[in-house]
Design a protein around this ligand. Structure first.
Ligand code: NZQ
Ligand code: ZN
Length: 386
């Protein structure tokens, strides 16, 4: 196992009816900004539950954070935070709202002129305005990690930021919120969480037995519950498993002591920036081709995954590895997720070239667990995904 340090300060409050605990977690004298998305919380009752709980606080609200949180919209919220001396933010939403709030938390204390620099110059955040979350969509793990991804339409960019100052103080995980999530978003959540595990697992063996089994148990659970939660999102037990899997897939635990790949996400973000394809779907487009392209260096872990997750017992290492890639793609397809770029857009012929150029421009010269995948390799993988 590699050396590691692990600290995750986010308090998780999990279960039915727990949204009301917001009132005991936010400091009583705080001036709060409640931030939410495009309005789903007004239809499913979460908005009224949160407002009722916030009644005793001095608070304002800001709605309208779009999926793939948009920089220009966030700047409007930032204005309010500064003008109104907000000192606590409450995110009520999925990954987009939570990521948007992480940006606000950081930008509110940032002393430079242009908050976009936090993203382009990879400025880590050691201190931000404190914030809590009420998770409405299991998928990203943002409720228990310190990363955020922000989009800017104007420049066709989608960039990450983070730092130890960006963990939520608390996150409320009430699986009852799952009942109103459309099938498409549930499929996205399963695919995103599954790929988060793959990014931290599908590298090379280093003998981290427990870490491998943590990762495998999350993938097995997601495969087991996927058809059930998709057919009945009001099944509380399945919703609980789904929610906790998504959080555990990206709260830092399974990444400790092992190499990480994250090339699938790096390429996937470019597809969202170019075409607006849902985050999870970009991962399903890239992952199978990425594993095929890199089968030489990933075959041992692919074969272990084949045996333990998909019960593939016959064949040599390479055959098992190939069979596992096929199973993974079929799993995504079973969630009604398409795995070819041409199934999402007609305008794909230059995508590989565009991503190659974007990576060169950003100095992203070596990605993946060996930092050896070049922009030219990314181009080839994307071209294989057409
Ligand atoms: O806008 P609202 O009204 O909230 O509606 C949302 C949105 O339309 C809706 N929704 C959320 N909860 C619902 C609901 N609809 C009905 N009932 C509910 N209970 O679902 C739609 C999608 O929401 P969004 O927050 O965009 O989805 P997700 O949680 O998948 O977040 C995606 C964003 O997170 C980033 C992605 O890149 C993308 O920008 N990621 C963040 C990560 C992190 N911070 O660690 C890691 C991930 O890899 C990912 O990159
Ligand atoms: Zn993801």
């Amino acid at each position: 196992m590699l050396n590691f340090e692990f600290k995750n300060p986010t308090k998780i409050i999990f279960g039915k009816g727990e949204i009301k605990k917001i009132a005991t977690e936010i400091p009583k004298d705080a001036k709060v900004l409640m931030v939410y998305g495009s309005g789903s919380i007004k239809k499913n009752g979460i908005y009224s539950q949160v407002k009722k709980t916030l009644a005793e606080f001095d608070f304002l609200e800001f709605g309208g954070i779009p999926a793939n949180p948009e920089y220009s919209v966030l700047l409007d919220a930032l204005d309010i935070i500064k003008k109104e001396n907000i000192n606590f933010i409450l995110a009520v939403g999925g990954g987009s709202v939570i990521d948007g709030v992480k940006f606000l938390s950081s930008a509110a204390l940032y002393e430079g002129n242009e908050p976009w620099d936090i993203l382009t110059k990879s400025i880590r955040t050691y201190k931000g305005i404190p914030f809590g979350t009420v998770l409405t969509l299991p998928a990203t793990g943002s409720e228990m990690n310190s990363s955020s991804v922000i989009s800017r339409k104007e420049t066709k960019q989608k960039l990450g930021m983070g730092g130890p100052g960006l963990f939520p103080v608390f996150s409320i995980l009430d699986p009852e919120v799952v009942r109103s999530i459309p099938q498409r978003q549930i499929a996205n959540g399963i695919t995103d969480a599954f790929t988060h595990v793959l990014e931290q697992y599908m590298t090379y063996p280093i003998g981290a037995l427990l870490q491998d089994r943590f990762a495998e148990s999350i993938m097995q659970t997601l495969i087991e519950i996927a058809p059930k939660i998709i057919s009945d999102p009001s099944d509380y037990n399945m919703a609980s498993e789904f929610m906790w899997c998504c959080t555990m897939a990206l709260n830092g635990l399974i990444q400790k002591g092992v190499p990480g790949d994250w090339a699938v996400h790096a390429m996937g973000h470019e597809l969202t920036a170019l075409y607006g394809i849902d985050h999870a779907r970009t991962l399903a487009i890239i992952a199978p081709r990425h594993y095929e392209y890199n089968i030489g260096s990933k075959k041992e872990k692919l074969a272990q995954y084949a045996e333990r997750i998909w019960a593939i017992k016959s064949g040599d290492t390479l055959e098992k590895a190939n069979a596992a890639i096929e199973k993974t793609e079929k799993f995504f397809n079973s969630l009604a997720i398409k795995t070819r770029l041409s199934e999402y857009t007609d305008d794909y012929t230059d995508t590989g070239k565009f991503v190659e150029e974007a990576f060169i421009k950003r100095g992203l010269n070596g990605i993946g667990e060996h930092r050896s995948l070049t922009p030219a390799d990314a181009r080839k993988i994307i071209e294989m995904s057409y």
